[in-house]
Design a protein around this ligand. Structure first.
Ligand SMILES: *Cc1c(COP(=O)(O)O)cnc(C)c1O
Length: 411
């Protein structure tokens, strides 16, 4: 037990509530039989739901449109290998990662499909890209020339996608000189210019003005290349927001990260019927007790009971990636919302169970996901924590065991 948890749980005599759970020896024998050290807080990844999401996206997208599955940052916390395998099974033509290490890990896991490493590369990384057969996103001619030299020395030909900066101003060659860059890259014998890409700064919000401007800049580059008889296998601009709301920007391929996970990038973009989150985060109530009027809960005494309150504690906190909320937010217990009381600690979250009298010690609570008809979405947690759904999904720490399940969250 961490010092934090010790301090959060005074060694008082347990209240009468503790007697109402399953017999302790039953629980213990189950843990011993299961063969691995259990933790009463975990992340479930529903592979069946992931599969359904990919199938729904395939039904939704135009037939000729290719899919690149973005599995960077461990597929936003869902497990890169598992998501990558579902993507390949669903017909994805490529995978996308951000770091060299992420690409190498997928190769080591036995995936042989094209892997595009997005973002910018440092020269030191290039030999490893070649060695592991990764497709390099090139946004700088110096990197292109260096990669060409290394590829020739290794007697191989490296596939590259030219990254065009159409207004994001992070990576890539500015659109007004990108056609010249593409022409030069095409002449480098160690490289194969397989694609050209750009990235939207704002594709998932109602105002599409800047996205359309970026699209028009991308089209300018393509027109210049067509005039020079340069043809590319994959022209791509869309992330999830663009895929959903800007069909005129689809080109040959779309790069989808969050959508197959069943989560939308924003509250306003188009919905696909049946798409559901693949991730659920759960924890068991490890103490249930009654506060008397005037009793306080947790660090800083941020919560004080005004009347007798029945509360529970979940053994999970900001050390697991939950935002450090204070008297805000809720979890689901017995299909009902239990409000968070006090401050979220590193290892403990207190919840008010007064209005859920049927709640019992060791009940399963849902921090993110569905329970019965209620749901707490990544967007809900993002709103409470003043963040975005991407950050909430990817934010669950490795300390929480990942459990792959197959049953599906839909009835
Ligand atoms: C992360 C990323 C994506 C995926 O974006 P989603 O909104 O999750 O679909 C696509 N393209 C690039 C270049 C990215 O970095």
């Amino acid at each position: 037990m961490t010092p934090d948890a010790q301090r959060d749980q005074p060694a008082s005599v347990p209240g009468p509530d503790t007697a109402r759970g399953p017999a302790p020896d039953q629980e213990l024998s189950f843990q011993i039989r299961s063969g691995h050290a259990p933790r009463p807080a975990w992340v479930e990844i529903d592979l069946g739901q992931l599969r359904r999401n990919f199938a729904l996206i395939n039904q939704d997208k135009p037939a000729g449109l290719a899919l690149l599955s973005v599995v960077k940052d461990n597929a936003y916390g869902h497990g890169a290998e598992g998501v990558a395998r579902e993507a390949v099974a669903a017909g994805a033509v490529m995978l996308g990662v951000n770091t060299l290490q992420e690409g190498i890990a997928l190769r080591n896991a036995g995936l042989t499909i094209g892997i595009l490493v997005v973002g910018e590369r440092h020269p030191d990384e290039l030999p490893f890209c070649i060695q592991h057969g990764l497709t390099v996103s090139v946004g700088d001619l110096r990197i292109a020339r260096l990669l060409d030299r290394l590829a020739q020395e290794a007697r191989c030909c490296v596939p590259v996608h030219l990254k065009v900066d159409t207004g994001m101003s992070r990576f890539g060659i500015r659109w007004d000189t990108a056609a010249d860059a593409a022409t030069e890259i095409r002449r480098l014998p160690g490289l194969v210019l397989e694609g050209m890409m750009s990235h939207f700064a704002m594709s998932d919000e109602a105002d599409k003005a800047f996205a359309l401007q970026q699209l028009s800049r991308f089209e300018q580059v393509l027109a210049a290349l067509t005039a020079r008889q340069v043809r590319l296998r994959y022209r791509h601009l869309c992330n999830t927001g663009g895929f959903l709301d800007l069909p005129q920007a689809h080109f040959d391929l779309v790069r989808l990260g969050i959508l197959p996970l069943g989560v939308y990038p924003s509250q306003v973009c188009r919905r696909i019927l049946g798409l559901q989150p693949a991730m659920t985060v759960k924890a068991k109530l490890v103490t249930v007790r009654t506060l008397q009027p005037g009793d306080t809960y947790g660090y800083g005494m941020r919560y004080q009971a005004a009347s007798p309150r029945r509360i529970g504690v979940l053994p999970v906190g900001y050390g697991d990636g939950y935002p450090r909320l204070r008297n805000e937010g809720a979890v689901l217990v017995r299909g009902k919302r239990a409000p968070i009381i006090g401050g979220v600690a590193m290892d403990a979250i207190g919840v008010d169970l007064t209005d859920i009298p049927e709640a019992r010690l060791w009940d399963e609570a849902v921090l993110m996901g569905r329970q019965g008809v209620e749901e707490i979405s990544a967007h809900d947690i993002a709103q409470w924590g003043r963040s975005v759904s991407y950050d909430v999904l990817a934010g669950w720490r490795a300390r929480l065991p990942r459990i792959q399940v197959e049953e599906g969250t839909q009835p």
